[in-house]
Design a protein around this ligand. Structure first.
Ligand code: FAD
Length: 492
């Protein structure tokens, strides 16, 4: 099935909107015409919503899943083009991410992962292009430069950040950590600038921007420290956890397992292509209205609508001021992720940074397609933003500029997350002060409405793991309230 989402360009076909995905659900609903009062309505079929849906149907509750798109997966979905999965959003997972690994293990998918990096082919080097010129280095030199820059960046306590964030899943455990949320990445770079070589600085800034996809000024230094802590306080950990292991069959092959398991209970109703416009809590039930006027009611509602688009839905009673303010501020990640299929087979082992002049900053050889081309994945963001579909020649130029002479482009595949009306951005990355002022408010419930999204997870916030953490939390809350307690159950 082809989703409305995503774009593909080839020299033969030009630009086309919509790409095939196994995450498209057809027919888009299984609801009969008779209205029903559900136990729980889940808004959003990303990993938060899919986890909550799966857990609540398994617990015996009647669940309605309402999703704006034609597919599951939200910000994590893959497009299978010619039997090869291009990851349009969330991609990499790791066994050190507890919630995601439990699910990978539960669905017996441990052997369905593969490595992105393969340093065994011809163009086996790192290419650093800056305003000062181009340097070609070994991958070991790449690691050394990045590790050196990053260690200077995070070492605010003489212990690589361990004293500031000793518990990565309770990041404000040490009250002093809050002061680092007052700082931007730019503030911290200014403080250590004299200790950085030009190549260290360019590589460090590129890596920080790869993580936040904002600008250095809009990137919270605290949130970067939080990522660093999650990755075991090391550059090696960052590479392993953040960017190494992906599903051979793509993310949609994982997401569909949650959906199918929920469906198999016989307690799941669903409606896709149904953007929600309002949510009204009447005390004894919650009613939602879709843009085209359909109404559904349930005893509880789990909203997994992301932070950056929560203000597009009207709530009655209105959201509290702190959550509404946080929603209006939003997160800063405007990632531009572009997949390029290129004819040079040897580029499989290439990695590169082109910064700050290029519209795409960081790229790696990520696979070999069935036709033998190299798949290179490129990342950019707010610092030099581009809407890829608006000017394909400009996008091709940005890809070519990552490795001039070596990028003979056969295909481009991408999703414009900035213009996506159900995301308005990519993974959560906080600007300064948002987390220290508003994390608790983002996580709080609102009467019979429970909020779950990776954007306000406490552990791997911003990641698939954080989405599953949040879906699990929401399902537990609802189960505790709607299911009889074990003591009561034993008397039934
Ligand atoms: P979402 O996936 O955003 O789900 C919310 C759902 O709500 C969506 O399906 C949306 O359509 C729906 N919705 C929104 N508004 C409405 C409405 N009004 N009515 C009805 N439905 C609505 N994470 C990793 O772990 N590893 C990675 O490598 C990684 N890379 C990433 C790369 C990119 C480019 C992007 C975009 C994300 C990446 N992430 C990665 C992050 C990860 O994808 C997200 O954190 C995670 O998928 C969020 O899941 P969620 O369910 O919390 O939110």
């Amino acid at each position: 099935m082809t989703s409305r989402d995503g774009f593909q360009w080839t020299p033969e076909t030009g630009l086309a909107q919509g790409v095939p995905s196994i995450g498209v659900i057809s027919p888009p609903t299984n609801i009969s015409s008779s209205p029903e009062n559900y136990d729980v309505i889940i808004v959003g079929g990303g990993y938060s919503g899919l986890t909550a849906t799966r857990d609540l149907t398994l617990a015996g509750l009647r669940v309605l899943l309402v999703e704006a798109r034609d597919r599951i997966g939200g910000r994590s979905w893959s497009s299978n083009i010619g039997d090869y999965p291009f990851e349009m959003g969330g991609t990499w997972v790791h066994w050190g991410q507890p919630h995601v690994w439990r699910e990978i293990s539960r669905y017996n998918m441990r052997t369905e992962l593969e490595e992105s990096f393969d340093f065994s082919c011809g163009v086996n080097h790192f290419q650093l292009r800056t305003n000062q010129g181009t340097s070609i280095m070994s991958h070991e030199e790449e690691d050394n430069i990045l590790a050196a820059g990053l260690e200077k960046f995070v070492n605010v306590d003489g212990d690589m950040g361990r004293k500031v964030i000793p518990y990565a899943h309770d990041a404000f455990h040490v009250p002093e950590a809050r002061c680092y949320d007052e700082m931007s990445a730019q503030d911290r770079i200014n403080a250590i600038a004299l200790s950085l070589t030009p190549n260290e600085r360019a590589s460090l800034e590129s890596f920080v921007l790869l993580c936040s996809c904002g600008t250095l000024e809009t990137t919270s230094f605290f949130e970067f420290l939080h990522w660093w802590a999650l990755c075991g306080y090391s550059y090696r950990g960052c590479m392993d956890y953040l960017i190494s292991y992906k599903f051979k069959g793509g993310q949609s092959s994982f997401a569909i397992k949650f959906f199918k398991e929920a469906l198999a209970t016989g307690r799941l109703s669903y409606v896709f292509n149904a953007p929600v416009s309002s949510i009204s809590d009447q005390g004894d039930q919650v009613t939602l209205t879709t843009r085209d006027g359909r109404q559904y009611s349930g005893t509880r509602l789990v909203s997994t609508i992301p932070l950056n688009v929560l203000n597009s839905v009207s709530f009655n009673p209105p959201l509290d001021t702190q959550r509404a303010t946080a929603t209006n501020i939003g997160h800063v990640n405007q990632c531009v992720k572009v997949h390029a299929e290129i004819s040079n087979k040897d580029m499989r082992s290439w990695t590169g940074i082109s910064y700050p002049f290029n519209k795409l900053i960081y790229a790696i050889g990520d696979g070999t397609t069935p036709s033998g081309n190299t798949h290179v994945v490129c990342f950019g963001g707010s610092s030099n933003h581009i809407h890829p579909e608006e000017d394909i020649n400009e996008t091709k130029k940005a890809v070519e500029s990552m490795a001039p002479g070596n990028m003979d482009i056969k295909r481009l595949v991408f999703h414009n997350w900035s213009k996506d009306e159900f995301a308005k951005g990519a993974w959560f990355f906080s600007p300064p002060r948002l987390l220290s002022t508003s994390l608790d408010a983002m996580r709080a419930r609102h009467g019979n409405v429970v909020f779950a999204n990776s954007d306000w997870a406490v552990g791997w916030r911003s990641f698939i793991d954080g989405a599953i953490e949040e879906g699990t939390r929401a399902a537990m809350t609802v189960k505790e309230e709607l299911l009889p307690s074990p003591a009561l159950r034993s008397q039934l």
